[in-house]
Design a protein around this ligand. Structure first.
Ligand code: Z5A
Length: 223
């Protein structure tokens, strides 16, 4: 069985991650790829409970350390019960946020040590890293305005603009550090143009898969 690919979507609030998940899923399925769509924090019963605790803006104050550990506790469950089994079955996993979000929010936003995050990443993930990450990027004000239009704000969405500026900066640094894996998509353009840029990147990945694994062309992967 050929292992599936692991694709993650990242970016600050309101840049269009959720909107484009469905688009990417449809695009992959048109190429006869079986896709598992999931999200972080979340993806399993227990991890979704942790998500609720993390987003609740009425709970007791959550310490930075607790927040970081809860992200990785949820991730450990998600990897064991959803991500790894799907990849092993040859399915592709499309995940709304993953560990780049931890570098951005807990590292950039909360100013936690990168070495600590890296240590937890290695502990929880072993060698698992996304094959491709689409980083949707737009000026903070644009995403925040979109989210505010939607209504009630969660615990993260109540942070100050400076927090999100730091998050965005940390995301862009990740993209600089891992240019092979992280592809930057301009998200402050009409949706049709965002989706054209996403298609270009995914098509390249599909082409590479077909080259590295000639049998994959039988599954409809484009060359
Ligand atoms: N978090 C963390 O701290 N550490 C971690 O390790 C992880 C997560 C994994 C939950 O994430 C929180 O967890 C998150 C970070 C933290 N903090 N916050 N906030 P989430 O993914 O559930 O939350 P989110 O980023 O706020 O998601 P979102 O608000 O749903 O944003 P989005 O998915 O990127 O955007 P969207 O829902 O697709 O689009 C928003 C609106 O804009 C919607 O009305 C669209 O129709 C519209 N839209 C989208 N694209 C366009 C374009 N191109 N033009 C015009 N309008 C558009």
């Amino acid at each position: 069985m050929i292992r599936g690919k692991f694709i993650t979507l990242e970016g600050c609030e309101g840049v269009g991650k959720t909107t484009n998940m469905a688009f990417i899923k449809d695009y992959l399925e048109q190429h006869n790829i079986s896709v598992v769509v999931t999200r972080e924090p979340g993806g399993t019963k227990l991890a979704e409970k942790i998500r609720q605790l993390l987003l609740d803006n009425k709970s007791e104050t959550i310490s930075e350390q607790a927040e970081l550990l809860m992200m990785f506790a949820a991730r450990a469950q998600h990897i064991k019960h959803v991500i790894e089994p799907a990849l092993a079955q040859g399915k592709w996993v499309l995940c709304d946020r993953f560990t780049d979000a931890t570098y951005a929010y807990q590292g950039g936003g909360r100013n936690m040590k990168i070495s600590t995050i890296k240590w937890l990443e290695n502990l929880v993930q072993g060698t698992l890293r996304p094959d491709l990450t689409l980083l949707l990027d737009a000026p903070i004000e644009i995403g925040i305005a979109r989210v505010r239009e939607r209504g009630a704000l969660d615990r993260f969405e109540l942070e100050k603009i400076s927090f999100f500026e730091n998050v965005r900066r940390a995301y862009l640094l990740q993209a600089e550090l891992y240019p092979e894996r992280i592809k930057l998509i301009k998200a402050n353009q009409p949706l049709i143009d965002v989706q054209r840029a996403i298609t270009d990147v995914i098509r390249t990945l599909l082409g590479l898969c077909a080259l590295n694994c000639p049998t994959s062309s039988r599954h409809g992967i484009v060359k």
